[in-house]
Design a protein around this ligand. Sequence first.
Ligand SMILES: *Cc1c(COP(=O)(O)O)cnc(C)c1O
Length: 495
Amino acid sequence: MNGEDLFLGSESGDAAYRESMRRATDAVLDSLADGEQPYSGESPAALRDLFEEPVLPEEGAGLDAAIDEAAERVLPHSVATSDPRCAAHLQCPPMVPGLAAEAMLTAANQSLDSFDQAPAATVLEGRLVDALCDLFDLPDGADGVFTSGGTQSNFQALLLARDRYCGRRFDRDVQAEGLPPEAESLRILCSAEAHFTAAQAAHHLGLGEDAVVSVPTDEAYRMDVDALDATLERLDAREERPFALVGTAGTTDFGSVDPLSELAERADARDLWFHVDAAYGGAVALSDEHAHLLDGVGRADSVAVDFHKLFYQPVSCGALLLGDGDDFGWMARNAAYLNPEDHDEAGVPNLVAKSVQTTRRFDALKPYVAFRALGREGMAALVDETLELADDAASLVESADDFELVREPTLNAVVFRYRPRAEMSEEGVSRLNAAVRRRLLDDGRAVVARTEVDDVTSLKFTLLNPTATPDDVGAMLDVIRDCGDELAAERGVVA
Ligand SMILES: *Cc1c(COP(=O)(O)O)cnc(C)c1O
């Protein structure tokens, strides 16, 4: 290959692009067509053997060979996210509009850190952000930025919360001066079911994970508001300083949604930053039927939403929205070469100062193409279908003698246990379900998650695929039964 074939803008480069994109696309489709199972079942050791050859040989094999080789070795041993039996995590089947957008945005290679690296992209991201602020009922003056996902959104939200609190309470400019002497007493409140990234953010923010106070949940795994009140009183008594309250809209295990309106009230009354982690559940805002679950989200200081989950966009794609865009001021920054101050005065958009990243992908194009292609109703239908499938799955589990449902699903995560004999001890059930899940991963017939509920190992379907049917769920339950029978026959794991 020579330089001419490697870059767009020459006849041979353009031809190589068209040909290699087709080659890559065909490889993806062939691999999906060949895959009989959602995973091949290869072990980490076998996969290491597969990639033994030098990654950086002295001489290259040429682009066709490299694409074919990657396709042959990687695709067959990837989890098939578009397979209805791939139902473990919040890992969606990517929708075609998002894949088309991804192809365009990578080829255009815009970077959102300055207007002159991404003119239309900068303006369009702003339009997306405005539409999302409307979708979540945020007030005039709301603003936002695209992120790599919930981890980054939660981190940035808590960073702004910390710095606003320290600025107002201690007249401390954390950006310049670092943490104030009172930092040890700062606290973040979230429910016991909140995502681990709240604690991770506390660590990254120099507060330490012990700064996170976990509030007990009710029987539906939502934050218990009475417990929140009691916790706030206890913190007062100890002269600890809560500055942020995190509500979760869609917990990872149960999809439960904290009572956001009641949390907003508490946050208002005590001047806490109210952050809603809607990374998973945010998409229900699209749905006429389910949007009520998010009542109160419009009162948040910040909202994290992921498009690479229930919005069906390819990884990665998320956003952080702020109820008051002026709060971005707590991380304002001007770099002479990217966004000199006279640009601000001239109204040149300045996204680098709103992000914890510098070079940043134009991920907003993916939801944009999807929204324009499907409209709100089309997007909502996908969400509604998978929530309905989760209800069907829960009924299937409940009506089977050898399965038990741990709790009715709120969104589309269904937690359950395989219990082939009613008299099995909780310990036996834990051992069996753990063994079944290991066996499933080893043979790849279904990709199912494992979780612990009240110290009992349970299984979980996260049913994100709108094309999946109750029959697919039934087939996965059958696979679990088969695994259980095999294990029992082999070595009496069932005990
Ligand atoms: C997925 C998820 C996160 C983490 O988001 P990433 O996109 O993986 O960075 C945080 N919170 C919740 C509730 C999530 O579902």
